[in-house]
Ligand binder design. Structure first.
Ligand SMILES: [Zn+2]
Length: 295
């Protein structure tokens, strides 16, 4: 679906995609509160536009500055399908979007406080942390930067990415991260106050579980304990023959903990873990002659 009429927030977001952070041009954007945007630091005056839009079939033409001794200053003019004519300097007045100000507005509307850490120059900023998630803002996405983004975010799959527009999301579908476009969750009211609907973000975020990490750590411990018990079986078998039939006592949980450099608590939890079946069997039979000799 092609949107023909952009609102102010969408306009700012779309324009801020460009390398120079984008422009507002009086001729196109006069319906917006340009002075208000200047007042809050979102726009600053810059060089005039080099193109003038005309309603004729040519659609306009390049601005030509004509030096005429009759006038003090060169006069902007345009040549297009309807002829060569003079235009008013105000019509080609142009302001650039102040990227840092736009970013600050977005971050603060989400409850984060500036300054934000620039992770990749003029591309990625870390806004802050919320609900155990790191939030990032990505200014513009195209094919050239996908690799950079992959390098940054593949190691951080739980990070939340905030992007300007819906179109940005399609570019980064190669990332595992949840992604929200400002275009969808933000509104800029008439007094130029930006609000961002964080409840919709929060609602979609599952709490980050430490469980997988803890489980991985425990599996490592279980493996270490299995290795220790197997060592014990070997020693017990040797001892049985050397001693003429004596059975080596099973190492205590405390001893095992010491051997693998952990606490007795951890050993106890490993023994009760649902993934600890092999460990449990080894533990329970560690003084069982048949098990020892068959090991
Ligand atoms: Zn024309």
């Amino acid at each position: 679906m092609v949107k023909t009429k952009l609102n102010l927030l969408e306009t700012l977001l779309y324009r801020s995609h460009y390398d120079d952070a984008g422009y507002m041009i009086f001729q196109n954007d006069s319906k917006f509160d340009i002075q208000g945007l200047i007042n809050i630091g979102l726009l600053r005056p810059t060089t005039p536009s080099e193109f003038y839009r005309c309603d004729c079939f040519d659609g306009g033409g390049e601005v030509i500055w004509v030096d005429n001794p009759k006038f003090e200053k060169p006069i902007p003019s345009v040549r297009c399908g309807c002829g060569f004519y003079r235009i008013e300097p105000e019509e080609i007045q142009r302001w650039e979007i102040v990227l840092s100000a736009l970013l600050r507005k977005i971050g603060e509307a989400m409850g984060f406080s500036a300054p934000f850490n620039e992770v990749s120059p003029r591309l990625v900023w870390q806004l802050g942390r919320r609900k155990r998630r790191d939030f990032y803002y990505i200014r513009c996405v195209d094919f050239d930067v996908r690799r950079t983004l992959r390098d940054i975010f593949l190691p951080h799959p739980t990070a939340i990415l905030i992007v300007p527009t819906m179109a940005d999301i399609e570019f980064i579908d190669c990332l595992p991260n949840r992604c929200f476009p400002i275009e969808e969750i933000g509104t800029l009211d008439d007094s130029l106050r930006l609000t961002i609907d964080m409840t919709s973000i929060d609602a979609e975020l599952e709490p980050v579980e430490d469980e997988p990490k803890r489980q991985r750590r425990r599996l490592v411990k279980i493996d270490q304990l299995i290795a220790e018990l197997k060592k014990h079986y070997q020693e017990a078998k040797d001892y049985y023959y050397v001693s003429g039939g004596e059975i080596l006592p099973r190492p205590t949980q405390q001893e095992l903990a010491k051997r693998i450099g952990t606490s007795q608590d951890v050993v106890s939890r490993c023994l009760k873990d649902e993934k600890g079946v092999v460990l449990r069997t080894l533990w329970e039979n560690a003084e069982n002659l048949g098990a020892i000799l068959n090991s």
